[in-house]
Ligand binder design. Structure first.
Ligand code: ZN
Length: 201
C-alpha cells in the first residue's frame, strides 16, 4: 500500500542480500562467502549492500526499510550511511501489538508463492480456499521460522535487541507509534497518514 501510494521502494534485508549475491557485486560476493560458510552476514556487509542499492534511481523518492535496522549498532551505522548523501530517516514506525496477538498473527501467516500476496489463517483468507485472490496461484508458502515455538524466541530477541530502537528514534524525534491491535484497514490508514506527514517534511 505504501509503495503504491507514495512511490516508495520496500527494501528488506533478505531481498537485498539475495539480489546482491545474484548480481555478483563486490559486497554480494562477500555476503555469499559468509553465507556459504554458514555464518551471519556482518552489519558492514549489509550496509555496503544498502549503500549500493540506495544509489539506484528507483530509490530517489525514498525507501521503506523492512527488517533493518534491528539493533542500535545497525541504526547508528544506517544514520552514518544516510549522512554521506545528506539523507535521514523521516519516520520510524512502531507497530504496537501484544506478544500473545503477535504469536497468533505470525504463526498464521502465509504468502502466495507466485506473487507474494500475504494471507492469514484467521484474518485474511483467500475468497477461494488455496487460490490466490490476486494471481490465481495455488501454491502457498509459510516461512519455516513462523512456527509458534520459533516466534516466542524471535519475540525474546526483539525485546532484547530491537525494542531499544524505540527510544533511539524517539530521541531523534522520528518515532511514530501505531496501535496495531485494530483492523487492517485502520492500521493502513494510520500508516498512510504518518508517511504522508513524514514525506512532506
Ligand atoms: Zn498470487
Amino acid at each position: 500500500m505504501l509503495e503504491d501510494t507514495f512511490g516508495l521502494v520496500q527494501l528488506s534485508t533478505g531481498d537485498l542480500l539475495r539480489a546482491a549475491v545474484a548480481q555478483g557485486t563486490e559486497a554480494g560476493k562477500q555476503a555469499k562467502a559468509v553465507m556459504e560458510a554458514g555464518g551471519l552476514v556482518s552489519d558492514e556487509i549489509v550496509i555496503a549492500i544498502l549503500r549500493d542499492r540506495l544509489a539506484e534511481p528507483d530509490c530517489a523518492r525514498g525507501v521503506i526499510l523492512d527488517g533493518f535496522p534491528r539493533t542500535t549498532v545497525q541504526a547508528q551505522a544506517l544514520d552514518a550511511l544516510l549522512a554521506e548523501t545528506d539523507q535521514q530517516i523521516n519516520a520510524a514506525i512502531s507497530l504496537e501489538v501484544d506478544d500473545a496477538a503477535m504469536v497468533e498473527r505470525i504463526s498464521g501467516r502465509y504468502t502466495c508463492a507466485a506473487c507474494g500476496e500475504g494471507y492469514h489463517d484467521s484474518f485474511k483468507r483467500p475468497a477461494k480456499e488455496g487460490v490466490c485472490d490476486k494471481c490465481g496461484g495455488t501454491e502457498m508458502k509459510r516461512r519455516a521460522d513462523d512456527k509458534a515455538e520459533t516466534v516466542a524466541s524471535r519475540l525474546e530477541a526483539y525485546h532484547a535487541q530491537t525494542a531499544p530502537l524505540i527510544g533511539y528514534y524517539e530521541e531523534k524525534r522520528a518515532l511514530s507509534r501505531i496501535d496495531a491491535m485494530g483492523a487492517i484497514d485502520k492500521i493502513a490508514a494510520d500508516l498512510g497518514t504518518i508517511v504522508e506527514d513524514a514525506t512532506a517534511r
